[in-house]
Design a protein around this ligand. Sequence first.
Ligand code: F6R
Length: 614
Amino acid sequence: MCGIVGYIGSRPAYEILIKGLHRLEYRGYDSAGVAMLTDDGRLNIYKSHGKVADLENFCNAQDLDGCAGIAHTRWATHGEPNDINAHPHLSRSGRIALVHNGTIENYTVLKEALEQQGYEFKSETDTEVLVQLIEYVMLTNGCQLVDAVREALHQVIGAYAIAVVDTQEPDTIVAARKSSPLVIGVGDGETFLASDATPIVEYTDKVVYLNDGEIAIITRGKPLKIITADNESAEIDIQTLKMSVSQLEKGGFPHFMLKEIFEQPRTIRDCVRGRIGNSGSRVTLSGVIEHADVFRRAKRIIIVACGTSWHAGLIGKRLIEEYARIPVVVEYASEFRYSNPIVTPDDVVIAISQSGETADTLAAIKLAKERGAFVYGVCNVVGSSIARATDSGTYIHVGPEIGVASTKAFTGQVTVLTMFALAVGQVRDTLDREVAAKVVCSIRKLPELIKQTLKLNDKIEKLSDTYTYVHNFLYLGRGYNFPSALEGALKLKEISYIHAEGYPAAEMKHGPIALIDHELPTVVIAPKDDLHEKIISNIQQVKARGGSVIAVVTKGDTTIAEIADHIIEIPDVPESISPVIVSIPLQLLAYHIAVKKGCNVDMPRNLAKSVTVE
Ligand code: F6R
């Protein structure tokens, strides 16, 4: 949540900063701001509520001079999203400007102490407190920017990624992080910084991921320097990015979400590449093989995640219990961390996160490690905080996901969890060879099966006309596809603002059936599986009460075709693989309804992609 960008070099900073903000807009879009610092120490600072485009419009008529600068796109935590609360924030004298991603938990205490020293505050933000504190330390100790930042951060409790400039030191940006991400791009005579690598990739592929507690001193014309909070010199580990600019553009699609839905044949191919061969039933996950002993002796697996990743975790539970025969519990990371959970060294904790930055999931990992568990990560963003905090793991490798509603990351997570369950089953010798061969064969075919399923797009677009203006939706599924129902409902509600609930189909009669009438459409996920007959009864129960049914069925299912109002036919796949295929029409349905309602599907209201606050 919130994105920060910085640049220092010889090019005009504004272009780089504003482009960077567009790339990070998925992290928050309540307000945005830039500050350019000129060589002679002038600060050109502009802020605007609303999206980055609003800031850009405002900046068109301004002095944009300066070859150094910092910028911010905000997801509001403290204070409403207006111009005053927008970043960058300035110190009292106006010489220091700061952008911040995170939350300063003890900001009221710090604010009161500064108020007693005569400081006044313009905004309601925790961030303004930090910039005033830095100036206070600087004046009191008579020190330079970097020492003032280091000293001020000693007094701060909370999470932060910050970038700070001082008009008295126009050749320097100081940046620091704790629990919020920060990446530094090392160019030729120029340096970039950002909340993730997307604003950096078109200028350089050399990056340094700042570690928690580190402070970077970025000085024009000098090599990057990193120090610890105790002023010790820290190692600089330059890594090479494996990301391309084309991955960050819409590529002819009207929205990132649609592009990402259509990318899934390729993203799943990338996800399984090198992990299953062209033949045979073996799954090679180095994260499992290198820790085979841990998985052999594991007594229990605890999956922690949030939102869509939690839904993937529910599917993971069934897969792992089926193929690896280890009991699995699935916890919301936000509940787990505050529940004084029983975790022992015999447990393996799996943390699932697309962004790798979700604050609750990170906190759950910390707790699990303190209690001796081995932690395995399933992340998308390479080098993210969760990927680095875990003992081992598997990247889903689906490329940057920019649409706020998760699509290709979900199918990547489920695919990785399927391979994980098989890999652990191999290690524990719990896997029936024939079953393994069948599942691996289906994983191999997934890209082609997804491609076929995407042909449903036109049909679903037409179908969405009927449902654009309904107020409620029910999603039902059973077994492996109960979590698919939850995920389908989440997709619809987050981008179209239509209330939707996911339910296990057989639970409907224990309460939600009371909701059914001719105004409530029900999406029933009913591919051919062991519970097929049962779900037909559930459909009949809905129809008997005047509800309309959209059924997702296996191609050729004439029984359901006769009773449902609409059918969406998907290819015939084994039950354990079906959630990946089922999710495609559900993503498309949510997308088309939201577009027809005129919603901004890539940036739904109130949401941000990377939830780095509690
Ligand atoms: C929904 C969605 C969110 C995320 C959740 C966890 O479409 O994207 O529910 O799944 O915020 O985020 P990650 O996976 O980054 O930890």
